[in-house]
Design a binder for this molecule. Structure first.
Ligand code: XMP
Length: 430
């Protein structure tokens, strides 16, 4: 293994991830583990150089302060305590450590090397994946999103043709998205890729369904069924690859932290399909996942994609999905993406897309009355997607986009700009 590690033991701080980030930013790899980790578990971790006990406001659980297993003080690792001081610690602090104190602990006491970088991460993961998987096979649902693409590239480097990728095109992908997955993974990287065009099947199931949650449920459920059918056709698969990343694990709650949301990546796979999980990105933050993708040679447009909901354009073609409106969403979205890029807005705006409501308005085309759909443009900025503000897009840019949509997209005679922040609106419409 190439990387030294500082272990943070979670004693109820809400700042664990901030501290882990700070240490990683100093070039030293850091992981957060539960306070009651055993000595054996600690010793099984690779290259541990020191331990930080990170206490905080959630330390009291059921009226009692949680504490670490006292045996860890005898393991020979330097230990630093932040907050709830303990006499046996080699250092004691009151709040998040100052940078220079942290540096002194990490580099002078622990003698950790600043050797955390993506090149080493990839090299380590390749080694780990090869020993975990051996000569067996891994199945991966490859949506083309950042996380699944990076997992695919990493697994491909580690185990090559023992990786079987399944790309399900549910017909709700953005323009050229599925083609790009096939082009990059199938043709350029020569991955073992099964492409399933399930467009008719999904659109059939969704016909006439207008209730947003019902639509989401159908899309999610059908996705699992298609994936399961493909999995059953294959022989000798032992592992399921997943694009789980660090925030997914943190948000699912630790022993002391409150649960933010439960995390299901491929939730609901039938129990008789039993796979061992392979989650090589589960220690990475989102920006580190992107850096890993770059290290693996994935194209920038794949690695720096904006978030895209699992149900895809299905929740942007509002109400009951029809093919003409779905095409209008897809085409108008492609124009928006192109023009934002030309104007340099793609570097700055967090998320931008179009939606098409399920009603028509009166207009005029070729000197005659028209009765056609409307495209709504939404462009927002946010840090964590919990709240959002709108982007004040330049009117000239909006006019160019509007003219292109009105000229190039069929069945559309009106373009609007959504001015609503979140809350009270959400980012998506459904
Ligand atoms: P809302 O609409 O809740 O969206 O303000 C917050 C962020 O989450 C994205 N989003 C999803 N992402 N699966 C996802 O992976 C989903 O089902 C889903 N729904 C919404 C949305 O695009 C925004 O960035």
């Amino acid at each position: 293994m190439k990387q030294d590690m500082i272990v943070i033991l979670d004693l109820g701080s809400t700042e664990n991830t901030v501290l882990a980030r700070e240490i990683r930013d100093m070039g030293v790899y850091s992981e957060i583990h539960p306070h009651d980790i055993t000595v054996k578990e600690l010793q099984e971790l690779n290259n541990v150089k020191g331990i930080i006990l990170n206490g905080g406001e959630n330390r009291i659980v059921d009226g009692q302060a949680v504490d670490v297993n006292p045996d860890i003080y005898d393991c020979g690792y330097p230990v630093m305590s932040v907050d709830h001081p303990t006499a046996t610690c080699s250092q004691q602090l009151k709040a998040l450590p100052e940078q220079d104190v942290l540096k002194e602990f990490i580099f002078d006491q622990c003698k950790a090397e600043p050797n955390w970088n993506m090149k080493n991460f990839v090299a380590d993961q390749v080694e780990l994946l090869r020993s975990q998987v051996g000569d067996r096979k891994v199945l991966l649902a490859l949506s083309g999103g950042v996380d699944s693409s990076v997992v695919a590239a990493l697994l491909l480097k580690a185990i090559g043709q023992q990786l079987v990728c399944v790309h399900v095109n549910h017909g709700l992908m953005r323009k050229n998205e599925s083609e790009s997955v096939v082009e990059i993974f199938g043709e350029q990287l020569h991955a073992n890729l099964i492409y399933v065009n399930a467009t008719e099947r999904f659109l059939g199931k969704l016909e006439g369904v207008s209730e947003p949650e019902e639509k989401r449920k159908i899309i999610g459920g059908e996705f699992i069924r298609v994936f399961e059918e493909e999995a059953r056709k294959l022989d000798g698969i032992d592992f399921l690859g997943q694009g789980t990343i660090y925030p997914d694990i943190i948000e699912s709650g630790t022993k002391t932290a409150k649960m933010v949301k439960s995390h299901h990546n491929v939730g609901g796979l039938p129990e008789d399909l039993q796979f061992e999980l392979v989650e090589p990105l589960k220690q990475l933050f989102k920006d580190e996942v992107r850096a890993c993708g770059v290290e693996l040679g994935l194209p920038a447009h794949m690695v720096y994609r904006q978030p895209f909901p699992g149900p895809g354009l299905g929740v942007r073609c509002l109400g009951a999905i029809t093919r003409d409106r779905l095409e209008a969403v897809r085409e108008s979205d492609a124009i928006l993406q192109e023009e934002f890029k030309k104007a340099g807005l793609d570097q700055r705006v967090w998320q931008y897309f179009t939606v098409v409501p399920d009603f028509k308005s009166v207009g005029m085309r070729n000197h005659a009355r028209s009765f056609e759909y409307m495209v709504i443009i939404r462009a927002i900025n946010t840090v964590d997607a919990m709240t959002a503000t709108i982007e004040r897009v330049d009117w000239d840019v909006l006019e160019i986009i509007t003219n292109r949509i009105l000229n190039e997209v069929d069945n559309v005679n009106r373009v609007c700009y959504d001015m609503s922040p979140k809350p009270p609106a959400t980012i998506e419409f459904e």
